[in-house]
Design a protein around this ligand. Structure first.
Ligand code: WTA
Length: 574
């Protein structure tokens, strides 16, 4: 099917694949943590505090830099700071199990708040800083968040007066406490932190207690709150060890924002559970900034997304020669299909293979990967992680022959599997329609050697620049615009972004289509929902194709757009 590239890392943490796959047992992984005997656990303790009882106490856990700040925090520093934040939450009355949301640009304070939230046994809800009012409202409303950590700049996007459950808002950075007669109480982060003790009792929770709530998109309905529990650490720990191949001297850079699952499972938990040093870089993507970051911090292991690699590829090979990237020893990619071409380019310009791997918000951790100890096949996402059973199933739930396309499914029950869709059991059950199996919604093939090849989504979920966008959210926003009668949104293939968002709309009676209106609609979504969710193309049509029951047929629009056969149109109205 394609060429095979031999492993190139010296002494990877992971033993030879076949050997370890045969003998693997998650129960053995648990034994790395003392809690496997008591059952009482806390992720923040295992990721941070535990290391302060060893020589790692003064090891740098977090290098943080952006245009203005350049800071270092040891494991001891993070222990102290997160204790202080835990005390702040306790003082204001946040209890175990409550949802504490974090909505701010990348900064050390997000990591401190996240850890402190976990220390009191509350459930953390990180929000991507680009979210606008509608996106923020949907998530805070659905989760009944009781506390929010945000900045004065982002506060205008938080409709707190209309969120009765939201009792506390902690503001990070300079700003005045809003003069307000509402029920929400405001606090200044730095002031509260200064007054808080560095000693705090950890709330020891059950391994099945809630840890983090990540909202993600499906093809229908509002974003879903995917709940993960402390038990997930077993998977975070082992996958970070073997797939990221983290070692004591590594400087690991995960470019994902903590508002997305990659930015927490592998930007926080996985590396710190292994006692590794994390680099967090704030600000936006730019090839120069990124290469300078690798050079300056001597990054050794680098995890990013195909979109970023494609954009770096587009920036030209000459640029790479301007920087010293010799510290790099291992590169990884996740989130959307990594073209074989990019893997070959990576080998040429960085001298390293980019290791693709696969997982989802719902899976909590990596499930399929190319390992440093295993030959990789460019274009393939790799093979099942030890302890994970992957199958390609047909519509009845039967395994298809090797090489045939089907639904990518995982034997249910791995340690980091989601435990709930927040307040939506029906949605949760939709993932498990074949008894014993989790249905990913991705289509894939598996070859004779168990390498899995991504073929597409089985639903209308859009992957744009590595970010998962549900068409329904965008459509809902569009129809709020006074000119729009109906809207349908699809992903349209794009060489750099993977997909771009294209919207089709029909207008209300008597309105004329125009370029200006199309532009206005893009801005409307950008300002109301989020920049990454805004359509790059808007096509105004007289009407949209619908089923007889009135459901807009996105698949027909997509087929028309791509010049593909439309398939069965028997349910389409005249
Ligand atoms: C897609 C991100 C191709 C897939 C961790 C999945 C991928 C969705 C890959 C989950 C990959 C993830 N190749 N597609 N290596 N990795 N995907 O929840 O469609 O943001 O279902 O989690 O990303 O996106 P999510």
């Amino acid at each position: 099917m394609s060429q095979i590239i031999a492993p190139q890392t010296d002494k990877p943490n992971m033993p030879p694949y076949e050997e370890v796959y045969r003998n693997f047992d998650w129960k053995e992984v648990e034994k790395n943590f003392s809690w496997h005997e008591t059952g009482k656990v806390n992720m923040a303790y295992e990721a941070i505090d535990r290391h302060t009882e060893t020589w790692r106490k003064n090891k740098v856990a977090l290098y943080y830099s952006d245009a203005k700040r350049n800071e270092k925090y040891t494991f001891q520093d993070l222990k102290d700071l997160s204790n202080q934040f835990a005390n702040v939450l306790r003082k204001i009355g946040v209890q175990k199990g409550e949802r504490v949301f974090l909505f701010m640009p990348r900064s050390p304070e997000i990591y401190v708040s996240l850890l402190g939230t976990i220390k009191v046994g509350a459930i953390a809800g990180p929000l991507f800083e680009a979210f606008m009012e509608q996106a923020v409202r949907d998530r805070l409303e659905n989760s009944d968040a009781s506390a929010l950590v945000t900045t004065p700049e982002l506060l205008p996007r938080v409709p707190y007066k209309e969120l009765p459950a939201l009792k506390h808002i902690i503001l990070v950075g300079d700003g005045e406490i809003p003069n307000d007669d509402g029920d929400t109480k405001f606090y200044i982060y730095q002031k509260e932190m200064n007054e808080a003790s560095r000693e705090a009792e950890i709330e020891w929770v059950d391994r099945e207690d809630g840890l983090i709530l990540h909202y993600t998109s499906g093809s229908t309905g509002k974003p879903k709150g995917v709940l993960h529990v402390h038990n997930a650490m077993i998977q975070h720990y082992q996958t970070a060890k073997w797939v990221l191949d983290l070692k004591e001297d590594d400087i690991f850079w995960c470019t994902a924002d903590p508002g997305w699952v990659t930015g927490t499972s592998y930007g926080v938990f996985g590396p710190w559970l292994n006692g590794a040093s994390n680099l967090i870089r704030g600000g936006r993507f730019s090839p120069d900034d990124w290469y300078a970051t690798i050079e300056k911090h001597r990054v050794t292991v680098w995890l990013s997304a195909p979109t970023a690699f494609r954009r770096l590829m587009a920036a030209g090979d000459e640029k790479i020669k301007e920087y010293d990237l010799s510290s790099l020893r291992h590169i990884l990619s996740v989130g959307e299909p990594l073209n074989a071409e990019v893997v070959h380019w990576g080998r040429r310009v960085y001298g390293l293979s980019i290791h693709d791997h696969w997982w989802m918000t719902e899976t909590g951790g990596m499930l399929i990967a190319n390992y440093p100890s295993m030959p990789i096949k460019p274009g393939s996402m790799g093979r099942a992680f030890p302890g994970i059973e992957v199958a390609i199933l047909d519509n009845e739930g039967n395994e298809v022959p090797r090489g045939q396309m089907g639904s990518l499914c995982i034997k249910a029950g791995w340690p980091s599997m989601m435990r709930k869709i927040w307040k939506n059991e029906k949605k949760y059950n939709e993932y498990f329609q074949f008894p014993g199996w989790y249905i990913s919604g991705d289509l894939a093939t598996m070859d004779e050697e168990g390498y899995v090849w991504f073929q597409g989504r089985d639903d209308d979920v859009i992957m744009t620049s590595g970010e998962r966008v549900g068409p329904f959210e965008v459509e809902s926003k569009l129809v709020e615009h006074p000119a729009v009668a109906e809207a349908a949104v699809i992903g349209k293939p794009d060489p750099v972004r993977g997909e771009i968002i294209k919207a089709f709309v029909s207008l209300r009676e008597g309105l004329e289509k125009s370029e200006e209106l199309a532009e206005e609609l893009k801005i409307f979504v950008r300002k109301g929902l989020a920049a990454h969710a805004a359509p790059r193309e808007v096509e105004i049509r007289d009407s949209l194709p619908k089923t007889r029951s009135g459901k807009i047929m996105r698949r027909v629009l997509k087929a028309w757009e791509l010049g593909l056969p439309t398939g069965d149109l028997s349910t389409m109205e005249e």
